[in-house]
Design a protein. Sequence first.
Length: 103
Amino acid sequence: MMESLIPINIIIGDRSYRIKVSPEHEEHVRKTVKIINEKIIEFKTSFAGKDMQDYVAMVLIWYATDVTAVSSKEENSTNEEAAAEALQKLELQIDQLLQQNKP
């Protein structure tokens, strides 16, 4: 049976994206987006003069490589694997949306 997906709107760095997620992953996606946006603000404060694409790239690199940030609230390796899989899916969705929005 195919899992039903629900559409949600997320905002990453001043851009709105409409994505589809499974209902049980919605909260996790929203928390991830919140962390990403908080880090964008942090990088904007630390590295003035860059454009939004630079900040988003910096945050994605930070998020993908900072295992403690991703898994600090996770209690076992199963949750870490699920978080890594969710990040890969989110990255793919962002890449697809960016490709669609190219002039």
